[in-house]
Ligand binder design. Structure first.
Ligand SMILES: NC(=O)c1ccc[n+]([C@@H]2O[C@H](COP(=O)([O-])OP(=O)(O)OC[C@H]3O[C@@H](n4cnc5c(N)ncnc54)[C@H](OP(=O)(O)O)[C@@H]3O)[C@@H](O)[C@H]2O)c1
Length: 232
């Protein structure tokens, strides 16, 4: 049986992705602090921001993950409002730990167990290739994720493991709604920047992740999944 190992599937994009892979017959393993509300998903509580994350994941994956065809999805992330002039170093370190270092730890633990046909799908963002004001640490971390994906492609040549970075646009999840302070007028304004005048549905991103995972021809690719953002 193929395995999906995903971070941050307790809600939002990760949850929809986990459900989609479960529908396709995958064993689904989620790593997040709170569980995904679906009995088909195996939940393992790990806080990816902690200094002992590596030891915890090493011990856990040694026990639960056998070699085989594995799709590893780096989805968990943290977003804060900060700017270049006021970014607290501890806060930046926290963001980088969750958004960048955790994928690195997981790659080192999981790639040795991956057989041909496996994949590593990174969840980036529109902000992986452009910046907006007041998301400084997040922009830095998401640009790093694109670099990690491209390096992953180059370093795994010959292994028949493919990789891609799916970059969601404004997607209707807790992360976005918290970021805008739950303000519906901001949600409407954000929706108006999109060619379809609506937010992306998390299930649409799950579809894009599954598509990339199923198609090795997509290797080393950055795929923007944002319904078309209007350039002004
Ligand atoms: N929503 C958007 O508009 C949007 C746009 C572009 C990119 N993205 C990207 O899409 C991905 C998913 O975001 P989302 O919108 O679905 O967000 P979400 O609904 O807030 O979900 C975030 C997930 O990350 C997990 N997580 C956060 N901190 C964690 C930690 N310290 N340890 C372990 N797990 C942690 C959360 O699980 P627990 O809280 O249970 O730990 C949760 O399952 C992220 O990479 C995000 O950057 C989202």
């Amino acid at each position: 049986m193929k395995t999906l190992l995903i971070t941050g599937a307790s809600k939002g994009i990760g949850f929809k992705t986990a459900q989609r892979f479960a529908d396709s017959g995958f064993r689904v393993i989620n790593i997040s602090r709170t569980p995904a509300p679906d009995d088909r998903i195996e939940n393992h509580s790990v806080d990816l921001s902690l200094s002992d994350t590596q030891e915890q994941l090493d011990e856990l994956l040694d026990l639960i993950l056998d070699p085989g065809e594995i799709c590893l999805v780096h989805n968990a992330a943290k977003l804060v409002n900060d700017r270049v002039g006021d970014t607290d170093p501890d806060s930046l370190q926290d963001i980088l730990t969750i958004n960048v270092l955790a994928p690195n730890i997981l790659n080192q633990l999981v790639v040795p167990k991956m057989t041909a046909g496996s994949s590593i799908i990174y969840v980036g963002s529109t902000l992986a290739e452009k910046a907006v004001p007041a998301s400084h640490s997040y922009v830095v971390s998401k640009h790093a994720i694109v670099g990690m994906m491209r390096a992953t492609c180059q370093d795994l040549v010959g292994r028949q493991i493919h990789t891609a970075c799916i970059c969601p646009g404004f997607t209707d999840t807790e992360m976005l709604r918290t970021h805008v302070g739950g303000d519906e007028s901001v949600i409407n304004a954000i929706s108006a920047t999109c060619a379809y005048n609506r937010l992306v549905n998390p299930d649409e991103i799950a579809t894009a992740i599954e598509f990339a995972a199923n198609n090795p021809v997509i290797n080393g690719a950055v795929i923007h999944a944002n319904l078309g953002q209007i350039e002004r």
